[in-house]
Design a protein around this ligand. Structure first.
Ligand code: FAD
Ligand code: MLT
Ligand code: ZN
Length: 470
C-alpha cells in the first residue's frame, strides 16, 4: 500500500468511527496489536474502535474493498497469539460495544454486545437474581466476543460446560462486511445446519462477533469449597472417581503442584498456604450442598481420608476463606508471569488416561534442561492439564522460548496415542499452528480450509491464525 493509499484508508476509517476512535500511534499499537503471549512480532497498521454493528460492518466493507487484513480484538487476554497483529493489519477492537439488554427472567437469557466483559455479564445476571456460568480468572478483562471466539473453558466447565454451551444466538459481521443475524433466543431449532457453531471457537478467522444471546440459569445451590493436600498424582483421579461415585455435584475440580503453590506464595500479595505441612499436589474441590442445605463436602472428605487419598484438607468456613482458597488457584497465571519467562500449554486427555500420561510426562520433564521449571496445574476434572515451562527472568527470552519449545514438542508427541488435544481451551492462534495436525486429521484440516475459503475468499479475516492458507 502506498502512503497516499494508507492516508486515504485512515481518512475513510475516521469517517466511519470518528477521529478519536482510530489509533495510529506506534506505542499504542504495540499494546493494541498484542495479547497475553507477548512473544510475537506486533506491527499493526492501525486500530479502530467501532461503536455499533453497523460501524463494524462499514469498517469491514472498507477493508474488504481495499484487501486490507483485519484482526478482531477483545480483552487481549488470549494465550495463543490469536489477537496478535504482526503484518500491517487493522485491529478491530470491540471495547466500545458494551451494551447489555435487560435480562429475560422467563426464558433465562441475556443479550449483549460483544465488547462486554465476562464479569459484567456475571454481574448483570446476578443483579437479576440469576447466574451466568462461564468463569475464568481473566473475567475482569476478557470480552464475551473473545470468550466466544476462543470457546473459552474456564473453572466451571465440569458442571456447566464451556462457552459453546452458553451461547443461544449470535450476530456476526462477515469478512465482506455483511451482517449475519443468527441471534435467535430459541432453545430448540432444528432447521438445518447450526451455523453459529462455526463462529464459536473460530478465533476470529471467519467473522467478527458483534452481539450474542447467552443462556442464564437459576443461581446454583450453596456450594462448599475445599483444598485437599495430596501425595500422588494418581490420588487426584481417585478423588475424582470417589466424588463421582458418592453422587457429589462437582462445580469445580482443579489441581496444582506444590511448585505452582510456592510461586503463588512468593508473588501474589497476601497469599498464605492453608496447610501446616506442604504436599506434592493440591486439589481445589467445589461441590453443591444436597437439598435442604445438607453438606456433601464433610462426608465426602471423610470418605477420602478413609480411602487414604487425602493427606490433609481444609474447608472454607466463610466467604473470605472461600475467596482466599480460590485465589491460590486463580493467581497462578499472574504469579508465573511475575516469576520468569513462561511458555504455556493447555492440553487435554481422556480423563481415565491422565495417570498413564503423567508418568510419561514426568520422564520427559526429567530430561528437560535444568533451568526450565515445569509447573503443572489446571482443570483436571475436565482432563485439561496446563503445563507451563518457566525460565529465569534474567535469561534471554528468545533462547528460553526455543529451549521450552523443544521440551513441548516431545510432550506434544505423546498426545496422538491417547487421542489427546494440543489445545483444550486457549485455541491454536499463532502459538500451536505447527501442532494442529497432532490433534486433527488431514481430512478435518482440509474441511476447515474449505470453510475458511468459502466465508473469507479474500483471506483478510485474521489471516495466519489456526492454519495458513494453501
Ligand atoms: P482476545 O485475547 O482479545 O482474543 C482472543 C481471540 O478471539 C483472537 O483470535 C481474536 O481475534 C478473537 N476475537 C476477540 N474478540 C472477537 C470478536 N468479537 N469476534 C471475533 N473474534 C474475536 N481461557 C480459558 O479458556 N480458560 C481459563 O480458565 C482461562 N483463564 C485465564 C486466566 C488468565 C489470568 C488469563 C490472562 C487468560 C486466561 N484464559 C483462559 C485465556 C483467555 O482469557 C480466553 O481465551 C478468553 O476467552 C479471551 O478473551 P479476550 O476477550 O481477551 O480475547
Ligand atoms: C487457567 O486455567 O488459569 C488459564 O487457562 C490460564 C493459564 O493457563 O495460565
Ligand atoms: Zn485454564
Amino acid at each position: 500500500m502506498t502512503s497516499a493509499q494508507g492516508s486515504q484508508l485512515m481518512a475513510a476509517l475516521r469517517n466511519i468511527v470518528g477521529d478519536c476512535n482510530v489509533v495510529t500511534e506506534p506505542k499504542e499499537l504495540q499494546v493494541l496489536g498484542c495479547d497475553w503471549t507477548k512473544i510475537f512480532t506486533v506491527d499493526p497498521l492501525a486500530a479502530v474502535f467501532p461503536g455499533s454493528t453497523e460501524e463494524v460492518s462499514a469498517v469491514m466493507k472498507l477493508c474488504h474493498e481495499n484487501r486490507v487484513s483485519v484482526v478482531p480484538s477483545g480483552g487481549r487476554t488470549g494465550l495463543a497469539g490469536g489477537a496478535v497483529a504482526g503484518n500491517k493489519e487493522v485491529v478491530i477492537s470491540l471495547k466500545r460495544m458494551t451494551k447489555i439488554e435487560p435480562v429475560d427472567r422467563v426464558g433465562l437469557t441475556v443479550q449483549c454486545e460483544a465488547g462486554v466483559t465476562t464479569q459484567a455479564v456475571q454481574e448483570a445476571a446476578s443483579a437479576a437474581g440469576l447466574f451466568f456460568a462461564l468463569d475464568l480468572a481473566a473475567k475482569g478483562s476478557s470480552h464475551i466476543g473473545g470468550n466466544i471466539a476462543t470457546n473459552a473453558g474456564g473453572l466451571k466447565l465440569i458442571r456447566y460446560g464451556g462457552m459453546r454451551e452458553q451461547v443461544l444466538g449470535l450476530e456476526v459481521v462477515l469478512p465482506d462486511g455483511s451482517i449475519l443475524d443468527m441471534n435467535s433466543r430459541l432453545r430448540k431449532n432444528n432447521t438445518g445446519y447450526d451455523l453459529k457453531q462455526l463462529f464459536i471457537g473460530c478465533e476470529g478467522t471467519l467473522g467478527i462477533v458483534t452481539r450474542a444471546t447467552l443462556r442464564l440459569m437459576a443461581k446454583p445451590r450453596h456450594v462448599q469449597l475445599s483444598c485437599i493436600a495430596v501425595r500422588d498424582f494418581s490420588d487426584i483421579t481417585k478423588i475424582l472417581t470417589i466424588s463421582n461415585m458418592q453422587g457429589a455435584t462437582i462445580t469445580a475440580f482443579e489441581f496444582f503442584t506444590d511448585v505452582a503453590h510456592g510461586i503463588v506464595l512468593q508473588h501474589a500479595q497476601g497469599a498464605r498456604t492453608p496447610f501446616q505441612q506442604r504436599a506434592p499436589f493440591y486439589v481445589i474441590l467445589e461441590v453443591e450442598d444436597a437439598a435442604g442445605g445438607v453438606s456433601v463436602m464433610e462426608p465426602l472428605l471423610e470418605k477420602l481420608y478413609e480411602e487414604g487419598v487425602c493427606l490433609d484438607a481444609v474447608i472454607a468456613q466463610n466467604s473470605a476463606q472461600f475467596k482466599e482458597l480460590w485465589s491460590l488457584r486463580e493467581n497462578i497465571t499472574e504469579s508465573l508471569s511475575a516469576h520468569g519467562h513462561v511458555r504455556k500449554n493447555d492440553i487435554s486427555l481422556p480423563i481415565d488416561m491422565l495417570d498413564a500420561f503423567i508418568r510419561e510426562l514426568m520422564d520427559e520433564v526429567a530430561k528437560a534442561p535444568k533451568d526450565i521449571e515445569v509447573v503443572l496445574f489446571g482443570h483436571i476434572g475436565d482432563g485439561n492439564l496446563h503445563i507451563n515451562y518457566v525460565g529465569p527472568r534474567s535469561g534471554d527470552k528468545n533462547k528460553f522460548q526455543d529451549a521450552a519449545r523443544k521440551v513441548e514438542e516431545r510432550i506434544f508427541a505423546l498426545l496422538p496415542k491417547y487421542r489427546g488435544s494440543v489445545s483444550a481451551e486457549h485455541g491454536i492462534g499463532l502459538l500451536k499452528k505447527k501442532d494442529l495436525g497432532l490433534s486433527r486429521s488431514e481430512a478435518e484440516i482440509n474441511l476447515m480450509r474449505g470453510i475458511k475459503d468459502l466465508l473469507d475468499p479474500a483471506g483478510i479475516m485474521n489471516p495466519g491464525k489456526i492454519f495458513d492458507r494453501k
